[in-house]
Ligand binder design. Structure first.
Ligand code: ADP
Ligand code: MG
Length: 357
């Protein structure tokens, strides 16, 4: 029996990584925030139905997949690949029909894809009828959900991303950053300065080129570094000198130094030393641009332009790289918002509201 009908509304936030980029896939550290922009999946179970149908308001199209998920990698329209890969893993016992709404820019680096995955997974499992919906207060359930969504992303688009985006969307804590150790998968909330001391501003550079393939090349370079000196998450800066290939060595230097900067950034925030936290963001950008080579001239120029404004404490590229967004730590009101820019607030993780009929 498929159970009774239920209405479910799930909101899953996007994220901004404040520091610690390209470290998650080698078991390193990062410090994202969930933000006050989200993807919402709202709908109802269809006890007699055998399809999952979701209509995206933003993309003005409908995805319709069977309850085994069908063939995620070739599902059309393309955004249905995420939905199909989630359906394949959650195996809802009955149909579901709903709407996808969003306040996140799509494809700009604020992780609308992970928000879509998390919202869909929770809607399909939290809407009644499914055995054992995830309990978001249970650490094991939260981690299992993050892994399920991350696996779905890999199948949907074949890019070897880490768990950062999904963990931020699920674990977010209002007013806090999430210090994430990608080896232990421990998440420690770190209080951030109040809104009247600091604003977080995200600016979309508008450019995004080669991201997917270059990202995979870098993951491969990090694997080569690890074959020579062991897990980068545990390596020391001096270990990198032993790596023969200069490009591979530079990638490792970025990852190892970035892991250190994440801890230093958390310590600076705890000590209320915003100037030092901003300096570490600038240094992180330099490392990503020079050693990891995941920035672009446009993004470097945008960061420099932001840093030149009074009241900007630090600015860096954030997310997958090769374009996308920049995040700046700013004194409140100091920065007039340019086009395609958002003030974002550190926010709570995904929420589920269910009504049984
Ligand atoms: P980001 O996650 O940074 O926004 P990605 O390229 O990883 O960028 O993911 C964007 C993709 O996620 C879109 O191309 C689309 O397939 C899917 N997506 C995100 N938001 C929505 C939405 N509201 N409706 C339908 N699909 C969405
Ligand atoms: Mg994404």
């Amino acid at each position: 029996m498929a159970g009774n009908a239920a209405t479910v509304v799930v909101r899953a936030p996007g994220r901004v990584n404040l520091i610690g980029d390209h470290t998650d896939h080698t078991g390193g550290r990062c410090l994202p925030i969930a933000i006050d922009r989200w993807v919402e999946v709202a709908g109802r179970t269809e006890p007699a139905g055998d399809r999952v149908r979701l209509t995206s308001e933003a993309l003005r199209s409908t995805v319709d997949v069977p309850l085994d998920g069908g063939e995620p990698a070739t599902t059309e329209p393309e955004w249905g690949r995420y939905v199909a890969a989630i359906v394949k893993r959650t195996r809802p016992p009955s149909g579901f029909a709903g709407t996808v709404r969003s306040t996140l820019p799509i494809g700009s680096g604020l992780s609308s894809s992970a928000a879509l995955e998390v919202a869909t997974a929770l809607a399909l499992t939290g809407g009644g009828g499914a055995p054992g919906p995830p309990d978001l207060s249970e650490p094991a359930d939260r981690l299992a959900l993050a892994r399920l969504c991350s696996d779905a992303e890999h199948e949907a688009r074949d890019v070897p991303t880490g768990l950062l985006d999904q963990i931020a969307s699920i674990y977010g804590v209002a007013g806090h950053g999430l210090l994430l150790d990608c080896t232990s998968l421990e998440v420690v909330p770190v209080p951030l300065p109040p809104d009247d001391e600091v604003e977080w501003v995200v600016v979309d550079s508008g450019a995004r080129s080669l991201g997917r393939s270059a990202y995979g090349v870098r993951v491969g370079e990090c694997r080569r570094a690890e074959a020579e000196i062991g897990p980068l998450g545990a390596a020391r800066p001096e270990d990198c000198a032993a790596i023969a290939d200069p490009a591979v060595r530079s990638r490792a230097v970025h990852v190892v130094s970035e892991n250190r900067r994440v801890l230093d950034f958390a310590a600076a925030l705890r000590a209320g030393d915003l100037a030092e936290a901003g300096r570490l963001m600038d240094e992180s950008h330099r490392s990503l641009s020079t050693d990891y080579e995941s920035s672009t001239p446009e993004v470097d120029a945008l960061c420099a332009e932001l840093r030149a404004q009074p009241g900007v404490l630090g600015a860096r590229i954030t997310g997958g790289g090769w374009g996308g967004c920049v995040v700046a730590m700013v004194r409140p009101g100091a920065l007039p918002l340019p086009d395609r820019a958002w003030r974002v607030r550190p926010s709570a993780g995904a929420t589920v509201t269910t009504t049984a009929h």
